[in-house]
Write a protein that binds this ligand. Structure first.
Ligand code: HEM
Length: 332
């Protein structure tokens, strides 16, 4: 279940941008999403690194048609976001102008297994936010509960996944994973410090990658996003082991009003892209967002195949397809 990379290269000290994203309304319309083409070219040795990553994710966590290669288990809610005045001083992006911006949000467990237990250790939880801007465009923030990244490049992430796949419990010592950890000491630190929250709402989510905010005067500021909860509550692995396999999703359901469900339909069509940025937010020289975007496109392409969609079970997350069991809104 070790399944996501961290990123530790040094950037100019970023400012924290607290996201007051209060999801309030049911996801009521399906997102119209176009498949972005992966730009990575095949190498002489085989498919592009990003395709290799998705293939390895499928080896590690299994092939689950219709589901994301990572963060397979998720739920979609809708809400609104209002930026503080300070944000507009940093970026001219419309989402920071202080008006109420509708958002579509997907909470997720980081594993590629749709039925993973929510309390699993060494697994990030994610929140992906799509801001619907007044001009009809979107901008995305894709964050998770890793505090820092285990690796700094797509190649290293591929190698980490390869090492995990090559290190089953009966593998001879030192295992490939132990060897990888030996040469990449930040990786075990990052994975070992992943918390287990008592609720998706009581977790802190990190943007990890650096972006550049540009304000109306053209001033540039490197930032990393931090999504902060009202309170941070973590469980010990022992406490987590006593929770039901769907406790995070069940708990979220209790926080929100119930309305007719379309979370399952919405998440199939949704694609959150770390590189989908509004004017006023730019990529930095951080290499990871483009690697991520290419891998997300590969995963989206696979999960959107008609055969994938039709074979997708409608009881993911252990919920039935009964309307009352799915999430609608979430309180702040
Ligand atoms: C080399 C680095 C990474 C790779 C290759 C990678 C790969 C992927 C892939 C293939 C997906 C499934 C996309 C889809 O089908 O829509 C995904 C989802 C996701 N990733 Fe990453 N990822 C990387 C780094 C990160 C980082 C640094 C974060 C957080 C800061 C992150 C957070 C997420 C989240 C929250 C989702 C779920 C998005 C959703 O709800 O649709 N990933 N990742």
């Amino acid at each position: 279940m070790i399944n996501h990379p961290l990123f530790v290269r040094r950037e100019p000290e970023p400012r924290k941008v607290a996201l007051d994203s209060c999801a309030r309304r049911l996801a009521k319309s399906l997102m119209c999403v176009s498949l972005l083409l992966a730009s990575a070219a095949a190498t002489a040795d085989g498919p592009p690194v990003t395709t290799q990553i998705v293939d390895l994710a499928n080896k590690m966590d299994g092939v689950h048609p219709g589901f994301r290669a990572f963060h397979a288990k998720g739920v979609v809610v809708e809400g609104s976001f209002k930026a503080s005045a300070e944000a507009a001083q940093l970026s001219r992006a419309t989402l920071f102008n202080g008006s109420s911006i509708p958002v579509t949000v997907r909470f997720s467990d980081g594993s590629g297994m749709p039925n993973v237990a929510d309390g699993s250790p060494a697994m990030p939880r994610g929140i992906a936010i799509k801001y619907h801007l007044p001009d009809g465009t979107d901008t995305d923030m894709v964050t998770n509960s890793f505090k820092f990244f285990p690796v700094g490049t797509g190649e290293d992430f591929r190698d980490l996944l390869e090492a995990i796949v090559a290190s089953p419990p009966d593998a001879p010592k030192p295992t490939k994973l132990e060897q990888f950890f030996g040469s990449h000491p930040n990786a075990p630190k990052a994975i070992g410090s992943l918390p287990i929250p008592d609720s998706f709402a009581d977790e802190e989510y990190h943007g990890i990658n650096a972006f550049i905010f540009v304000n109306k005067s053209g001033q540039r500021q490197a930032v990393r996003y931090l999504v902060v909860p009202e309170k941070l509550v973590h469980l010990t692995p022992e406490e987590a082991a006593k929770q039901s396999p769907n406790y995070l999703f069940d708990e979220l359901k209790q926080r929100i009003a119930r309305k007719p469900p379309d979370s399952l339909e919405a998440e199939k069509k949704l694609l959150f892209m770390p590189t989908n940025l509004a004017a006023g937010i730019e990529l930095s020289d951080d290499p990871l967002p483009s690697v991520r975007a290419a891998a997300y496109a590969v995963s989206f392409g696979r999960r959107s195949q008609p055969s994938s969609a039709s074979s997708r079970p409608d009881n993911m997350n252990g919920h039935t397809s009964d309307g009352a069991t799915h999430l609608s809104t979430v309180s702040p």
